[in-house]
Design a binder for this molecule. Structure first.
Ligand code: GLV
Length: 313
Protein backbone atom coordinates (compact mmCIF):
# COMPACT_ATOMS: atom_id res chain seq x y z
CA UNK A 1 0.00 0.00 0.00
CA UNK A 2 1.39 3.38 -0.94
CA UNK A 3 0.19 6.96 -0.64
CA UNK A 4 0.73 9.27 -3.57
CA UNK A 5 1.15 12.98 -2.96
CA UNK A 6 0.24 15.03 -6.01
CA UNK A 7 0.47 18.78 -5.54
CA UNK A 8 0.73 21.25 -8.37
CA UNK A 9 2.27 24.14 -6.43
CA UNK A 10 4.70 22.41 -4.13
CA UNK A 11 6.32 24.25 -1.23
CA UNK A 12 9.19 22.03 -0.10
CA UNK A 13 10.12 23.90 3.05
CA UNK A 14 6.65 23.77 4.57
CA UNK A 15 6.30 20.12 3.65
CA UNK A 16 9.54 18.75 5.08
CA UNK A 17 8.13 18.03 8.54
CA UNK A 18 4.81 16.79 7.23
CA UNK A 19 6.51 14.38 4.87
CA UNK A 20 8.50 12.94 7.74
CA UNK A 21 5.27 12.28 9.62
CA UNK A 22 3.64 10.71 6.57
CA UNK A 23 6.68 8.65 5.67
CA UNK A 24 6.96 7.21 9.16
CA UNK A 25 3.58 5.58 8.64
CA UNK A 26 3.14 4.97 4.91
CA UNK A 27 5.27 4.21 1.88
CA UNK A 28 5.15 7.47 -0.06
CA UNK A 29 5.29 8.37 -3.73
CA UNK A 30 5.65 11.97 -4.70
CA UNK A 31 4.29 12.90 -8.09
CA UNK A 32 5.64 12.75 -10.78
CA UNK A 33 7.61 9.73 -9.45
CA UNK A 34 4.85 7.14 -9.32
CA UNK A 35 6.97 4.00 -9.08
CA UNK A 36 4.67 1.03 -9.64
CA UNK A 37 1.24 2.67 -10.09
CA UNK A 38 -0.55 -0.50 -8.94
CA UNK A 39 0.89 -0.04 -5.41
CA UNK A 40 -0.86 3.27 -4.87
CA UNK A 41 -4.06 2.99 -2.83
CA UNK A 42 -4.57 6.59 -1.74
CA UNK A 43 -3.78 9.97 -3.22
CA UNK A 44 -3.46 13.24 -1.36
CA UNK A 45 -3.91 15.86 -4.04
CA UNK A 46 -4.15 19.54 -4.89
CA UNK A 47 -4.86 20.40 -8.52
CA UNK A 48 -3.39 17.14 -9.86
CA UNK A 49 -3.10 16.84 -13.63
CA UNK A 50 -6.17 15.40 -15.30
CA UNK A 51 -5.80 11.71 -16.00
CA UNK A 52 -3.34 11.06 -13.16
CA UNK A 53 -5.91 9.44 -10.87
CA UNK A 54 -7.25 7.32 -13.73
CA UNK A 55 -3.74 5.93 -14.23
CA UNK A 56 -3.77 4.32 -10.75
CA UNK A 57 -5.54 0.95 -11.11
CA UNK A 58 -5.86 0.22 -7.37
CA UNK A 59 -6.76 3.69 -6.14
CA UNK A 60 -9.14 3.45 -3.19
CA UNK A 61 -9.76 7.14 -2.43
CA UNK A 62 -8.56 10.65 -3.17
CA UNK A 63 -8.09 13.10 -0.32
CA UNK A 64 -8.26 16.77 -1.27
CA UNK A 65 -5.68 19.03 0.33
CA UNK A 66 -8.26 21.80 0.37
CA UNK A 67 -11.84 22.05 1.54
CA UNK A 68 -12.87 22.51 -2.08
CA UNK A 69 -12.87 19.52 -4.40
CA UNK A 70 -13.63 21.45 -7.60
CA UNK A 71 -10.00 20.93 -8.65
CA UNK A 72 -10.53 17.14 -8.50
CA UNK A 73 -14.05 16.89 -9.90
CA UNK A 74 -13.00 18.96 -12.93
CA UNK A 75 -11.02 15.93 -14.14
CA UNK A 76 -13.39 14.14 -16.55
CA UNK A 77 -11.46 10.88 -16.09
CA UNK A 78 -11.55 10.90 -12.26
CA UNK A 79 -12.27 7.29 -11.24
CA UNK A 80 -15.42 6.55 -9.22
CA UNK A 81 -13.61 6.35 -5.87
CA UNK A 82 -14.55 8.30 -2.71
CA UNK A 83 -13.32 11.90 -2.70
CA UNK A 84 -12.57 13.26 0.78
CA UNK A 85 -12.76 16.99 1.45
CA UNK A 86 -10.08 18.34 3.78
CA UNK A 87 -12.00 19.38 6.90
CA UNK A 88 -9.50 19.58 9.76
CA UNK A 89 -10.22 21.86 12.69
CA UNK A 90 -7.03 23.76 11.79
CA UNK A 91 -8.64 24.86 8.51
CA UNK A 92 -11.97 25.73 10.11
CA UNK A 93 -10.25 27.99 12.64
CA UNK A 94 -8.15 29.74 10.00
CA UNK A 95 -11.29 30.52 8.02
CA UNK A 96 -13.01 31.69 11.21
CA UNK A 97 -10.21 34.18 11.81
CA UNK A 98 -10.34 35.53 8.24
CA UNK A 99 -14.11 36.00 8.20
CA UNK A 100 -14.29 37.56 11.66
CA UNK A 101 -11.38 39.88 10.86
CA UNK A 102 -13.00 41.08 7.65
CA UNK A 103 -16.50 41.47 9.08
CA UNK A 104 -14.93 43.53 11.87
CA UNK A 105 -12.93 45.66 9.44
CA UNK A 106 -16.11 46.54 7.58
CA UNK A 107 -18.13 47.03 10.77
CA UNK A 108 -15.49 49.48 12.00
CA UNK A 109 -15.33 51.33 8.64
CA UNK A 110 -11.71 50.36 8.02
CA UNK A 111 -11.70 51.28 4.31
CA UNK A 112 -13.09 54.73 5.09
CA UNK A 113 -10.65 55.39 7.94
CA UNK A 114 -7.72 54.18 5.82
CA UNK A 115 -8.77 56.70 3.15
CA UNK A 116 -8.99 59.45 5.78
CA UNK A 117 -5.61 58.49 7.18
CA UNK A 118 -4.00 58.83 3.75
CA UNK A 119 -5.38 62.40 3.67
CA UNK A 120 -4.57 63.09 7.38
CA UNK A 121 -8.26 63.70 8.04
CA UNK A 122 -9.45 63.48 11.67
CA UNK A 123 -13.18 62.81 11.41
CA UNK A 124 -15.44 60.40 13.25
CA UNK A 125 -17.75 58.39 11.07
CA UNK A 126 -21.14 57.01 12.09
CA UNK A 127 -20.45 53.76 13.90
CA UNK A 128 -23.15 51.09 14.07
CA UNK A 129 -23.16 48.41 16.73
CA UNK A 130 -22.67 44.81 15.67
CA UNK A 131 -26.31 44.13 16.50
CA UNK A 132 -27.39 46.74 13.95
CA UNK A 133 -25.50 45.08 11.09
CA UNK A 134 -27.07 42.21 9.15
CA UNK A 135 -24.54 39.63 8.05
CA UNK A 136 -25.66 37.04 5.50
CA UNK A 137 -23.80 33.78 4.96
CA UNK A 138 -23.97 32.08 1.59
CA UNK A 139 -22.59 28.67 2.49
CA UNK A 140 -23.23 27.30 5.98
CA UNK A 141 -20.73 24.45 6.07
CA UNK A 142 -17.56 23.74 7.99
CA UNK A 143 -15.84 26.78 6.47
CA UNK A 144 -18.45 29.19 7.85
CA UNK A 145 -19.15 27.54 11.18
CA UNK A 146 -16.30 28.99 13.26
CA UNK A 147 -17.11 32.56 12.20
CA UNK A 148 -20.81 32.00 12.77
CA UNK A 149 -20.12 31.02 16.41
CA UNK A 150 -18.15 34.20 17.05
CA UNK A 151 -20.46 36.56 15.17
CA UNK A 152 -23.52 35.13 16.96
CA UNK A 153 -21.75 35.71 20.28
CA UNK A 154 -21.01 39.32 19.25
CA UNK A 155 -24.66 39.94 18.53
CA UNK A 156 -24.58 40.45 14.75
CA UNK A 157 -27.94 39.94 13.06
CA UNK A 158 -27.22 36.80 11.07
CA UNK A 159 -29.05 34.92 8.35
CA UNK A 160 -27.97 32.22 5.94
CA UNK A 161 -28.70 31.01 2.47
CA UNK A 162 -28.35 27.39 1.43
CA UNK A 163 -29.46 25.28 -1.50
CA UNK A 164 -31.99 23.42 0.62
CA UNK A 165 -33.76 24.26 3.92
CA UNK A 166 -31.70 24.02 7.13
CA UNK A 167 -33.07 24.00 10.65
CA UNK A 168 -29.81 23.61 12.58
CA UNK A 169 -28.77 27.27 12.69
CA UNK A 170 -29.55 29.77 15.46
CA UNK A 171 -30.86 32.26 12.83
CA UNK A 172 -33.13 32.23 9.77
CA UNK A 173 -31.90 30.27 6.76
CA UNK A 174 -33.30 31.10 3.32
CA UNK A 175 -33.28 28.24 0.84
CA UNK A 176 -32.93 27.90 -2.89
CA UNK A 177 -32.98 30.46 -5.68
CA UNK A 178 -36.58 31.34 -4.82
CA UNK A 179 -35.60 32.75 -1.40
CA UNK A 180 -32.37 34.39 -2.52
CA UNK A 181 -33.95 37.87 -3.05
CA UNK A 182 -35.40 37.89 0.50
CA UNK A 183 -32.03 36.84 1.92
CA UNK A 184 -30.17 39.52 -0.01
CA UNK A 185 -32.50 42.36 0.85
CA UNK A 186 -31.83 41.84 4.58
CA UNK A 187 -28.04 41.58 4.14
CA UNK A 188 -25.55 44.42 4.76
CA UNK A 189 -22.41 42.24 4.75
CA UNK A 190 -22.49 39.20 2.49
CA UNK A 191 -20.03 36.43 3.43
CA UNK A 192 -19.57 33.77 0.78
CA UNK A 193 -17.91 30.41 1.41
CA UNK A 194 -19.86 28.49 -1.22
CA UNK A 195 -18.19 25.68 -3.10
CA UNK A 196 -17.67 26.14 -6.83
CA UNK A 197 -20.07 23.94 -8.79
CA UNK A 198 -21.79 24.37 -12.16
CA UNK A 199 -24.75 25.74 -10.14
CA UNK A 200 -22.75 28.39 -8.25
CA UNK A 201 -20.33 29.56 -10.95
CA UNK A 202 -20.71 33.33 -11.44
CA UNK A 203 -23.38 33.62 -8.74
CA UNK A 204 -21.73 36.75 -7.27
CA UNK A 205 -22.75 38.94 -10.20
CA UNK A 206 -24.32 42.39 -10.63
CA UNK A 207 -27.86 41.05 -10.42
CA UNK A 208 -27.16 39.47 -7.04
CA UNK A 209 -25.20 42.45 -5.70
CA UNK A 210 -28.00 44.82 -6.69
CA UNK A 211 -30.32 42.77 -4.47
CA UNK A 212 -28.35 43.52 -1.27
CA UNK A 213 -29.91 45.76 1.41
CA UNK A 214 -30.14 49.48 0.71
CA UNK A 215 -30.23 52.08 3.46
CA UNK A 216 -28.42 49.87 5.99
CA UNK A 217 -26.24 51.15 8.84
CA UNK A 218 -23.03 51.07 6.74
CA UNK A 219 -22.48 53.42 3.77
CA UNK A 220 -23.42 50.53 1.47
CA UNK A 221 -23.37 46.75 1.21
CA UNK A 222 -20.14 44.80 1.53
CA UNK A 223 -19.03 41.55 -0.11
CA UNK A 224 -16.60 39.10 1.50
CA UNK A 225 -15.70 36.17 -0.77
CA UNK A 226 -13.57 33.39 0.70
CA UNK A 227 -15.07 30.63 -1.44
CA UNK A 228 -13.75 30.40 -4.96
CA UNK A 229 -12.89 33.02 -7.56
CA UNK A 230 -15.16 31.29 -10.07
CA UNK A 231 -18.14 32.33 -7.94
CA UNK A 232 -17.55 36.00 -8.66
CA UNK A 233 -17.79 38.20 -11.76
CA UNK A 234 -15.02 40.71 -11.14
CA UNK A 235 -16.14 43.17 -13.82
CA UNK A 236 -19.55 43.31 -12.07
CA UNK A 237 -17.95 43.79 -8.64
CA UNK A 238 -15.90 46.71 -9.97
CA UNK A 239 -18.95 48.26 -11.66
CA UNK A 240 -20.97 47.86 -8.45
CA UNK A 241 -18.19 49.49 -6.40
CA UNK A 242 -18.11 52.37 -8.89
CA UNK A 243 -21.85 53.07 -8.85
CA UNK A 244 -22.35 52.62 -5.09
CA UNK A 245 -24.20 49.29 -5.32
CA UNK A 246 -21.33 47.96 -3.21
CA UNK A 247 -19.40 50.03 -0.69
CA UNK A 248 -16.46 47.69 -0.17
CA UNK A 249 -15.21 44.15 -0.65
CA UNK A 250 -12.79 41.65 0.86
CA UNK A 251 -11.69 39.16 -1.76
CA UNK A 252 -9.45 36.20 -1.02
CA UNK A 253 -10.12 34.38 -4.29
CA UNK A 254 -10.12 35.48 -7.90
CA UNK A 255 -11.26 34.45 -11.37
CA UNK A 256 -7.59 34.11 -12.28
CA UNK A 257 -4.95 33.30 -9.64
CA UNK A 258 -2.53 34.80 -8.96
CA UNK A 259 -4.60 37.95 -9.50
CA UNK A 260 -3.02 39.56 -12.59
CA UNK A 261 -0.98 42.70 -11.86
CA UNK A 262 -3.24 44.57 -14.30
CA UNK A 263 -6.40 43.94 -12.26
CA UNK A 264 -7.98 47.19 -11.00
CA UNK A 265 -8.92 45.30 -7.82
CA UNK A 266 -5.33 45.63 -6.56
CA UNK A 267 -5.50 49.41 -6.34
CA UNK A 268 -9.14 49.87 -5.40
CA UNK A 269 -9.23 51.86 -2.13
CA UNK A 270 -12.21 49.93 -0.77
CA UNK A 271 -11.13 46.42 -1.77
CA UNK A 272 -9.04 44.22 0.51
CA UNK A 273 -7.11 41.65 -1.54
CA UNK A 274 -5.49 38.56 0.01
CA UNK A 275 -3.73 35.79 -1.96
CA UNK A 276 -6.15 32.87 -1.48
CA UNK A 277 -4.91 32.24 2.04
CA UNK A 278 -8.04 32.87 4.11
CA UNK A 279 -7.75 29.26 5.21
CA UNK A 280 -4.29 27.94 4.43
CA UNK A 281 -3.84 24.17 4.30
CA UNK A 282 -1.09 23.66 6.85
CA UNK A 283 0.99 20.68 5.63
CA UNK A 284 1.21 19.21 9.14
CA UNK A 285 -2.52 19.47 9.68
CA UNK A 286 -3.15 18.02 6.20
CA UNK A 287 -0.75 15.13 6.89
CA UNK A 288 -2.46 14.28 10.17
CA UNK A 289 -5.90 14.51 8.61
CA UNK A 290 -4.88 12.30 5.67
CA UNK A 291 -3.43 9.61 7.92
CA UNK A 292 -6.57 9.61 10.08
CA UNK A 293 -8.78 9.21 7.02
CA UNK A 294 -6.60 6.41 5.63
CA UNK A 295 -6.80 4.57 8.97
CA UNK A 296 -10.59 4.91 8.93
CA UNK A 297 -10.83 3.63 5.36
CA UNK A 298 -8.38 0.77 5.95
CA UNK A 299 -10.55 -0.30 8.90
CA UNK A 300 -13.57 -0.34 6.58
CA UNK A 301 -15.11 2.88 7.90
CA UNK A 302 -16.45 5.98 6.17
CA UNK A 303 -14.10 8.96 6.08
CA UNK A 304 -15.02 12.43 7.29
CA UNK A 305 -16.53 14.94 4.88
CA UNK A 306 -17.02 12.78 1.82
CA UNK A 307 -17.75 14.82 -1.28
CA UNK A 308 -21.01 14.10 -3.08
CA UNK A 309 -20.05 13.90 -6.74
CA UNK A 310 -23.58 14.48 -8.03
CA UNK A 311 -23.88 17.64 -5.89
CA UNK A 312 -20.41 18.78 -6.91
CA UNK A 313 -18.86 19.35 -3.46
C1 GLV B 1 -8.76 26.25 -0.36
O1 GLV B 1 -9.03 26.91 -1.29
C2 GLV B 1 -9.50 25.11 0.02
O2 GLV B 1 -10.24 24.53 -0.78
O3 GLV B 1 -9.36 24.70 1.19
Amino acid sequence: MALLIAIADWDDAAWAEALAVLRARTPLRIWPDLGEPADIRYALAWKPPHGLMASLPNLKAVISMGAGVDHLLADPSLPAVPVVRYSAEDLRLRMRDYIVQNVMMHLRRHADYAAQQRERVWRELAQPLASEVRVGFMGLGNMASGAIEILVAMGFALAGWARSPRHDMPFPVFAGRGQLPAFLERTDILVCTLPLTPETRGILNALLLRGLARGGPLPGPVLINAGRGGLQVEADILACLADGTLHAASLDVFEEEPLPATSPLWAHPRVFVTPHNAAWSSPMAVARFALEQIDIMEAGGTPASLADRARGY
